[in-house]
Design a binder for this molecule. Structure first.
Ligand code: SF4
Length: 384
């Protein structure tokens, strides 16, 4: 840690000057000091890149223009607006947090970072960012990008998963805070981590910290920060069924907690048989076909789902339970529905082909699928 003392006096000034000259200034949420906007952007940016977030951020605010509107909305609407962004726990916590702020704080965000950090889904670093950008308070952030810049610049070894190492990094981040221009400094650290001191091949030749960076001087950019050793993920298996009459597919709303909580998904086959499931939803099962399985990586496990297609004829009224829904097999309806990413991908592969207005007959459908049968690609991220 001795390197901290040696370079810290000019550290913040270099970051601030660089941010003003070369940092990002045009992101939609940078045009606002409204805590709701800052909070929403910070939550959306967790695990997700800026260019993916921008359209979601704009659409979300158009649908829920205020924190009160978000709190009053049904969770299903919030999940629909989040659909495709992944990590749906963020959307559930966002909704719960909005309701907590309305219920416990009179609808206004607390300006104190320590209070904010106790709200659902908001950690210490996110609370600090809200405090800095919305309220001009003094607080240190330490997200993954900032941690990487600090670990390299000060050659700090240690793991983000060890509490003692975490405390050391937080102490370092706090010791570097400037007395003024907190906003430019905080944004500068975010920008540096996101655009210059990136994970692979950091652009040291255009980094404002190059002259004081220990990792650069020692040629240790690739080994810092320490990698978290990941254990192999446990495997779980399941079975789902796509009951379809060719125009629509039967979906089930999942319980609020657990994987894909609150989202629409294909019904799980166990404990119900395909026949029983069809009957309770007013259908007669005509034929079943095995579809390619789906593999998906969650944060803590890997899931493989066997998928069965059940061709049905609708003959009566469904049992009338709210959790069942028929979704038209139309691109825009599938795109808008609150579906887990791998299920959405599967449904898009089931819909009628371009130029067709209706679902092909079961026989043609089976032939087509047999010709193109392949395991859908494993999702490249661990979005839920
Ligand atoms: S000099 Fe290179 S390794 Fe050091 S902080 Fe800048 S980009 Fe990162």
């Amino acid at each position: 840690m001795s390197a901290v003392t040696a370079v810290s006096p000019g550290f913040a000034a270099q970051v601030i000057a660089w941010q003003k000259a070369k940092g990002r200034h045009d992101l939609p949420w940078q045009q606002s000091r409204e805590p709701y906007h800052i909070w929403l952007s910070e939550i959306m940016l967790q695990q997700t890149q800026v260019r993916s977030v921008i359209p979601y951020y704009q659409r979300f605010l158009a649908r829920f223009p205020t924190l009160a509107a978000l709190a009053a909305a049904p969770l299903t609407s919030v999940l629909e607006s989040w659909s495709g962004l992944g990590y749906y726990a963020r959307a559930r916590n966002l909704h719960l947090c909005a309701q907590t702020i309305v219920g416990d704080y009179g609808g206004s965000f607390p300006s104190d970072a320590q209070l904010t950090a106790r709200l659902p889904g908001i950690g210490r670093s996110t609370a600090a960012a809200i405090s800095v950008f919305a309220f001009g308070r003094r607080a240190a952030i330490l997200d993954g990008n900032v941690r990487r810049v600090l670990a390299r610049c000060f050659a700090v070894a240690g793991s983000a998963s060890l509490a003692a190492d975490q405390r050391r990094m937080w102490a370092l981040a706090e010791s570097l805070l400037p007395a003024t221009e907190l906003e430019a400094y905080t944004q500068g650290m975010m920008d540096l981590g996101a655009t210059v001191c990136v994970h692979r091949q950091p652009a040291c030749d255009r980094c404002p910290l190059a002259s004081v960076c220990s990792a650069r001087q020692q040629g240790r950019q690739a080994e810092l920060p320490d990698r978290v050793m990941k254990k192999p993920l446990p495997q779980r298996n399941g079975s789902v069924i796509a009951l379809t009459d060719g125009q629509q597919v039967l979906l089930e709303r999942r319980p609020a907690s657990g994987i894909w909580g609150g989202l629409l998904s294909l019904p799980e086959l166990a404990p119900e048989s395909a026949d029983a499931l069809a009957q309770r939803n007013g259908c007669r099962l005509l034929a079943t076909t095995e579809l390619p399985s789906i593999s998906h990586r969650f944060t803590h496990f890997r899931l493989t789902l066997a998928v069965l297609q059940g061709d049905v004829q609708v003959v009566g009224r469904p049992a009338g339970e709210d959790r069942w829904q028929w979704l038209p097999l139309q691109h825009e309806r599938i795109a808008e529905a609150a579906l887990p990413t791998p299920i959405r991908r599967l449904l898009l592969s089931l819909r009628p082909a371009a130029g067709e207005t209706a679902w092909p007959s079961p026989a043609v459908s089976r032939e087509r699928r047999a010709a193109t049968a392949q395991t859908l690609p494993l999702a490249s991220d661990d979005r839920t």
